[in-house]
Design a protein around this ligand. Structure first.
Ligand code: SF4
Length: 396
């Protein structure tokens, strides 16, 4: 598999809203596809000319994807919220036997696979906490059970820290590349199709030590994705922003992802990053609940700047579950080209409701995309266009 960026000839000059010329150099660089620097990224954040920042990002997005906006039909499965770690920004995890702690049985997982098949889903997105006692076989059986019941469904599963956890509990060691490679290979044999890209947070040591000390480092997160890419899996990369990190930390994070993608392309790896997904911090009842989280303007800027900084990542996703569907519509006009899928059940973060049952019908997702001025395109996990007739589907 190779990642391809569908460059089309659709290209508009960037309209300017003010007489402020401070972004001129950046506009020139973007129009000449010259990668932006850390200082460029900071200038974009500091600019009061939001309109130009968003239009510039929109021009790049239209060059890559014309008027298409992608969605998929998927189901999320959070197999357990029991976690050995206690990241300060997380209000998902519970300790074993704490009220609200759960782990899904394999029977539950079978039911999920049947429901996914029944809903015509093309993807199951599976992540959970670092459960201290579930054996490695639980995870391999989970994958093979889903694959047996729903062989057409792509399984996108496990963040990098879960992969490292699985290497440890399967006695392959916590840190070695060989252990990581061996565990991913075994998961592929049981049906793993790609990595979702969560848990990157922000690659900065200060932020790591203050907000998620027990979690793997940025280097380790990159190691896991590099190994997955070498083994032929595509993946995504996320960034959790709007908590204790600075804007500079965010831009550095984006540049690190861009450099890793460059390395990946140069080394001819068969997998690569497909999408970058900025995730706004939502305070909830986390240990950082005193913080306000990012504003709507900061969310828009972050999406737009992600599109501008990450010139070698094909897709920028406005994850509607955490951004809201209304904000995701605006984001489609400011650099994003994907809004994720129908979802159904997502337990990790709740923006608008106290329930884990968060879903959008296909009709509502498509209407939201059309209202924003784009053509909805159903994709599978690997961004291939899906042709659908009810629950029956195939890729073009
Ligand atoms: S963010 Fe992930 S690793 Fe950290 S506490 Fe939450 S579930 Fe556990």
């Amino acid at each position: 598999m190779r990642c391809s960026m569908a460059i089309c000839s659709y290209h508009l000059p960037v309209p300017r809203s003010t007489d402020d010329r401070s972004l001129d150099d950046i506009v020139d660089k973007v129009e000449n596809t010259i990668p932006l620097t850390l200082e460029d990224g900071l200038l974009l954040y500091e600019s009061e000319d939001l309109w130009t920042v968003c239009n510039l990002a929109d021009s790049v997005r239209k060059k890559l994807h014309a008027n298409c906006a992608y969605y998929n039909i998927n189901r999320h499965l959070n197999y357990s919220n029991v976690c050995a770690l206690s990241c300060k920004f997380c209000d998902f995890y519970r300790k074993k036997d704490e009220e609200g702690a759960y782990e899904h049985s394999l029977e539950d997982i079978e039911n999920e696979a049947k429901m996914a098949l029944d809903s015509g889903a093309t993807e199951m997105h599976i992540v959970g906490g670092l459960h201290p006692w579930l054996p490695f076989e639980y995870y391999t059986t989970m994958l093979s059970t889903i694959k047996k019941l729903a062989p057409t469904i792509h399984i996108k599963a496990f963040t990098a820290v879960e992969i490292v956890h699985l290497a440890r509990i399967s006695k392959r060691g916590r840190d070695g590349i060989a252990g990581i490679s061996s565990v991913i290979s075994e998961l592929i044999e049981h049906g793993l199709g790609s990595l979702p890209g969560g848990g990157a947070e922000v690659f900065d040591e200060r932020v790591h030590d203050e907000a998620f000390r027990g979690k793997i480092s940025g280097e380790k997160w990159l190691d896991v994705h590099r190994v997955a890419h070498e083994l032929g899996l595509h993946s995504n990369a996320t960034m959790l922003y709007g908590h204790i990190e600075s804007r500079r930390d965010r831009i550095s994070h984006m540049i690190t992802i861009r450099e890793e993608q460059e390395r990946c392309i140069a080394s001819n790896s068969s997998g690569c990053f497909q999408a970058f997904i900025p995730l706004p911090f939502i305070p909830g009842v986390s240990e950082l609940s005193k913080l306000p989280g990012p504003s709507g303007i900061e969310n828009l800027k972050t999406i737009a700047i992600s599109r501008l900084m990450l010139d070698n990542i094909p897709h920028i996703k406005a994850f509607w579950i955490m951004q809201t569907i209304q904000m995701a519509q605006h984001m489609l006009q400011c650099g994003a080209d994907d809004i994720d899928g129908t979802v159904m059940w997502y337990d990790i973060t709740k923006v608008e409701s106290d329930t884990t049952n968060q879903s959008q019908s296909i009709r509502d997702l498509c209407r939201a995309i059309r209202d924003a001025g784009f053509n909805p395109v159903e994709r599978d996990t690997l961004y291939r266009q899906v042709e659908r007739d009810g629950k029956e589907w195939h890729v073009r």
